[in-house]
Design a protein around this ligand. Structure first.
Ligand code: UN1
Length: 505
């Protein structure tokens, strides 16, 4: 029997022009986490077809790199227009396929629109440098050229926005793109690509093969990772996956942009505004059902505040609405699948074994056996031990005490991951210590907000096991181009650098 979610998904996808065969006659089974029902069977890309697609992308690149960048920006501007016009449809599909509550589904599409706007502006920039030459009548410059085919591997939790961060930049930078979406979220990828194809049709003369989807499991991703025709691979997902991708891409001297695990902490100092802190912590730790790389997972609270803040927080955890994103106004939707729920329970058991006091965390029956909803868990921990140092992709917030800010910062940094972090406080000395070179070691460090929910304007990514890549705003575009230094002699002699003489008379 076709579920009501399957019917809605079918109507939305066909409305965008995706052929029904593509998502009903394959063997990649997709279920909605909302009620666990099967919603599609997507056709996977065969390995041979994937190799041909990579070849076509390489050919498209050869043409696209010669198109002036502002003209390339026009394609991304049209993509942004399609996304604006179809924000509701794509946002709804994000909700249906991965279970995000409506405002977060729509927010994800807004993030795509924002990066398109940003990239359009960039298409008239992509600045190089001029450098003063030490030689007379010489000019020294640096310019940026397109890098080649960019392979994008994305995760289920931001099934479309992370693609757009990479795609919008890569396209204006003159690259061709390939996209291997998460096996758990191929439908939103099909929808996004249909919108991209509309933009292409309106654009008119983009080379065939400029962008393609590679749908399937790990083996299809590996084809891209191993292929020297793909000089840049941008991968979002687990540290385990990223270590493998990074090593393989490096072995063939390709470049990897890695955005991997986070184990993000916030420090609550004595000068914090507690009402603000409470709201920000709630969104940071429970938003997206704890399934963001940037989710707040560790709260390090000054001992003088602990007995005030933690009971207030526990009340929010007890009362926050957990429920279906389509049938309720709940702020916390489902976990993606059964393994995610099992991992959450395993971490809670491990925390208990280490002396943790667990509030919440149990299963909430919303739509029966096949779907996995959980009450977010607040866990008081005696110290930073066991599961606290791991990333469990679920709504678990470990709370710990500190006395000196330096100890709190050391604790915040004492995990393998280095994506995001934040401090709550109004004492400028404490805040600046946290932001200083001896402060947070993460790629993102915020003040009076949680670690998640970044705008696209800043560079996004993190250090240590988070992988070191940067995507999205600021100068992240450079990773999608290759740098070339140009020295030009416009004189009539051959003066050598460093005063070297080589006079052949
Ligand atoms: C992710 O979880 O992979 O900063 C990306 C945020 C979002 C992006 C998260 N803008 O939380």
């Amino acid at each position: 029997m076709t579920s009501r979610i399957a019917t809605e998904v079918r109507d939305l996808l066909t409305g965008l022009g995706v052929s029904e065969t593509v998502f009903t006659s394959g063997d990649l089974v997709v279920s909605s986490p909302i009620d666990g029902t099967e919603i599609a069977r997507v056709v996977q890309t065969a390995p041979d077809a994937a190799r041909t697609t990579i070849g076509a992308a390489a050919e498209a690149f050869a043409a696209w790199r010669r198109v002036p960048a502002p003209r390339r920006g026009e394609l991304v501007r049209l993509l942004g227009e399609e996304l604006r016009a179809n924000k509701d449809v794509l946002g709804r599909l994000v909700t249906l396929e991965v279970g995000k509550v409506p405002s977060e589904g729509l927010g994800e599409v807004q993030e795509m629109i924002d990066i398109c706007d940003f990239a359009v502006g960039l298409s008239r920039q992509l600045y190089g440098l001029t450098i003063q030459s030490e030689r007379p009548d010489h000019r020294l410059t640096e310019q940026w050229h397109p890098a080649g085919v960019v392979g994008i591997i994305s995760a289920f939790n931001f099934p479309v926005a992370v693609w757009s961060w990479n795609a919008a930049l890569a396209l204006v930078c003159g690259d061709a793109i390939l996209w291997k979406p998460s096996e758990k979220a191929p439908l939103t990828a099909l929808a996004t690509h249909a919108l991209f194809e509309r933009a292409l049709a309106r654009f008119g003369d983009a080379p065939a093969g400029l962008s393609a989807l590679l749908i399937g499991g790990r083996d299809i991703g590996e084809l891209m990772v191993e292929d020297a025709r793909v000089p840049v691979v941008s991968a979002t997902g687990s540290t385990r996956m990223g270590r493998d991708v990074g090593e393989r891409v490096a072995r063939r001297f390709g470049k990897a942009i890695l955005e991997l695990g986070g184990n993000n902490a916030s420090i609550v100092t004595p000068s914090a505004d507690l009402d603000l802190t409470l709201r920000a912590v709630a969104f940071g730790a429970m938003g997206t059902a704890g399934q963001r790389c940037t989710t707040l997972r560790r709260l390090i609270v000054h001992e003088d505040l602990y007995d005030v803040l933690v009971p207030r927080l526990a009340r929010v955890y007890e009362t926050i609405a957990v429920g279906s994103p389509v049938d309720s106004e709940a702020l916390v939707g489902p976990l993606i699948d059964a393994p995610a729920f099992a991992a959450m329970q395993a971490s809670l058991d491990a925390a208990r074994a280490q002396g943790g006091i667990v509030h919440g965390g149990g299963r909430v029956d919303v739509n029966g056996e096949g779907s996995f909803y959980a009450r977010p868990a607040l866990v008081e921990m005696p110290g930073q031990v066991g599961p606290v140092k791991e990333e469990t992709f679920a709504p678990i917030l470990y709370v710990m005490k500190y006395r000196d800010l330096s100890d709190a910062i050391a604790m915040q940094n004492d995990v393998p991951q280095g994506l995001s972090s934040s401090i709550f406080g109004t004492d400028i000395r404490e805040v600046e210590q946290f932001l200083s070179a001896a402060g947070s070691d993460c790629g993102i460090a915020n003040v009076n907000m949680g670690p998640s929910g970044a705008e696209i304007g800043g560079a996004f990514g993190g250090e240590k096991e988070t992988g070191g890549g940067r995507e999205s705003g600021s100068d992240a575009w450079r990773a999608y181009m290759r740098r070339q230094t140009n020295a030009v002699n416009y004189g009539r002699t051959v003066p050598l650098a460093q005063g070297v003489k080589f006079d052949v008379g």
